[in-house]
Each structure stands twice: as C-alpha cells, then as structure tokens.
Design a protein around this ligand. Sequence first.
Ligand code: UD1
Length: 417
Amino acid sequence: MGKFVVEGKNPLLGEIKVQGAKNAVLPILAATILADGECVLHNVPDLRDVSKTELVLRRLGCPVKREGHDLTVKPAELCSCRICEDLMREMRSSIIFLGAVISKCREASVSMPGGCPIGLRPIDLHLKGLRDLGVEISEEHGYINCRAKKLVGCEIHLDFPSVGATENIILAAVYAEGRTTVQNAAREPEIIDLASFLNKMGARITGAGTGTIYIEGVKEPLHGTEYTIMPDRIAAATYLAAAAATDGELLLTGTEPKHMGAMLHVLNEMGMKLKVFGDTIHIKHGKRLSGVHMLRTMPYPGFPTDIQSPFMAVAALAEGTSVFTENIFENRFQHVDELIRMGADIKVAGRSAVIRGVKNLYGANVVARELRGGAALVIAALAAEGRSEIGGIEYIDRGYEAFEKQLSSCGGIIRRE
Ligand code: UD1
C-alpha cells in the first residue's frame, strides 16, 4: 500500500483538465450489457473503480478493451448472471449490475453488499423497485437471488431519491412490458447521463433529471453506440477546494459548471473569485477566506455529500466558524480526527460538525479511510506548513485519476511512495 508525501504551503497555480465522471461511467458500463452491438465510450477516467467494473464485465463474459480514455465493450451472451462476493466486497457499487443483468437474463444473483466505511448503505429501495417490476427476490447464503418470469412496467415511489436505486430501476425497466414511472427519483446529472446513453441505444426514457422518470419498455434489443461520459463534478470541485485552501489560482477545463451550482455558490460565499466561461471555471483567491454559515448536504441540486469533506479542509483554514451538517451518510466525518491531527479545530455532535477556522494547519502523518475524506486530507496537507504523509491512498485512487500528477503539474509538492 502506498502513501502520498506532501510538502505544504505551495499555492496551486495552473490549469487542470477535469476527468470523466466516475459516478456516470459505472452505471453506463453496466448498461452496455443490454446492447446487441459494440459500445464505444469516450472520456472514461482511469480509476480503480472503473478497472473493477471492467473486471465485473469480463467475469460476466463481455470483452472489454481500453485505449487511453476510450473503452470498447463488445456484445456477448452473458456466461454468468452472478456477481461474486470478492467483487461486491471490493466495490459496493457493483450492485448497479443487478438491474442490468435482470433486464438481460431475467435472473441475477449478487453477493449481499457489506457495510462500508461511510455508513450502512442498505439496498432496500433497489429491491423494492425490482419487486414492483415483478422480480422475485430471495436471500440465501449471503446472496440475493432474483428471478422474473416477466418484467411489467408499474409506478414506483422511492421513499428517498437514492441514486443507485433510481439507476437500477431504470436499467431493469428498459425491456419491461409497458411504462414504468419512478416517483421521487434521484435528480443527479449522472442519472441524465445514464438515460441519455440508454436512449442513444434505443431505450425510451424521459424525465431524467427531474423527480419523475418515465421508462417506456422496448421490445427491440438496444443497439451499440458511441458516447462521451460527462465531466466529473466532484473531481472538479475537489480541485477548486485545493486552490481555495492553498491561496491558489486555477483554470479548470472540460467541466460542466451548470452541474456545480451549489458548490460554486459556497466557494463564492467563502470569498473565492470565480469566473465561468463555457466549459471552464477560473478560480482565484481574494482576501482570507471566511467560513460557511451553514452547509447541509442534500440530494441534487443540493450540496453533494461527496464534496463535504474536501470543503471542510477549506473551512478549517477560513476565518470564523462554519457549521456542516451531513444528511446523506451517517458516518462521513472520518476525516475529522485526521484534520484535527493537522491542527484543525473541529467538534462533531451527531450529524453536525462545527469548524472554527485556524490560521495554519501543520503537516502530520494521517490516514485516508474513504475516498473523499482522503482527498480532504491531501488538500489540507497541500495547505499545511511542513511535511505530511497520507496513508490509505488506495481509496483516493478509486475516484481521482493521476491525482498527485494533476496537483504537482500546478505546483503542489506531492509524490507517491
Ligand atoms: C451514489 C454515489 C455516491 C454518492 C451518493 C449520494 C455512485 C457510484 N455513488 O451512491 O458517490 O455519495 O450517490 O449522492 O454513484 N439508501 C437506503 N436504501 C437504499 C439505497 C440508499 O436507505 O436502498 C440510503 C443510503 O443509506 C444513503 C442515502 O440513501 O443514506 C443515499 O444513498 P444513494 O443515493 O443510494 O447513494 P449511492 O447510490 O450508494
């Protein structure tokens, strides 16, 4: 297992091209199994989670070829309808194959996803949606076995707008008889990307990006297509946070600013100067940053839970007190103890953290326990006085392509050991 060694207090100055979105490419890769022709995906980030998803496809029997950021998935009769325990343990989001495999084979079996460092992450909403579509579900020896004589369109109401459940239902409903309506669907841009990809293959989905999604089941097999994955709004906001924490100035290219409203608003409130032009975002430091009065994580278009921890690293250095409330995952403050080791003044009470800004953070040896919390520690280390070592970087590799290279190309002193 590697670590990042960071020498802090160097402002990030330069230009970063933002990667394709991890959370869009994972369900889109699952969707490729529904096509009877070749799918060519562009702007596919080179991430650990994407390699794991490629492995799931290969184990199911689909040949996958990567060339740079292009990925080709050849059509295949699946040789298996089972996602094994090792892959489910490695990557909980493999659950997204459930809907696609049922759609294709009318049966699927996945190992029960375990807990995960950021919270329990149950899948009851995924399973309820599938049951409503006519899937019989049983649990045996740690596996969830699904079987459907036929899938029939219906009205599904989600108690919470779960991203994964919305995606699984869309995938399962693509070939169902008649129309499926998903009420209180997740409105995340990654849902729109999945629906656009499926529609390009011949599916009939409307309403993606709103709280009500309609899937008109199709009889014809979906055809292969070529598609460009949307920009990663969380990676983009992470680099903006790194610029803010280090008194830097960055130009991000290849972004979609309209997906980033809540995050840009907070940076603006903290005193950063932002300019948006086309697919670029320019960020520049003004005076010393001020804290955020109240930041609450919410489903889209609210403030994303995934960027809560990187922004906390910024708030740790801002003037005044910030209050962050985490409403999506119950265990997403694991970075706090490590930020405190670096000199941050943070108190957690239940789902809220009170951050009193300090003038300086100091380098320390810290450990990432999950992906975004790990990014927060890197940001804090880049801004801190002195040297930090960050362990657990395999989490960071799940979601950021060449993280240390991107940061060092802009003057950050960071290397992998
Ligand atoms: C996706 C993202 C993740 C992001 C999250 C919230 C991917 C691969 N991951 O995760 O980066 O942080 O959305 O924006 O896209 N829940 C239930 N029952 C369910 C499903 C979810 O209670 O059946 C709860 C979860 O415990 C959590 C909340 O709903 O508290 C949100 O989860 P969900 O939107 O499903 O997140 P994921 O799809 O797992």
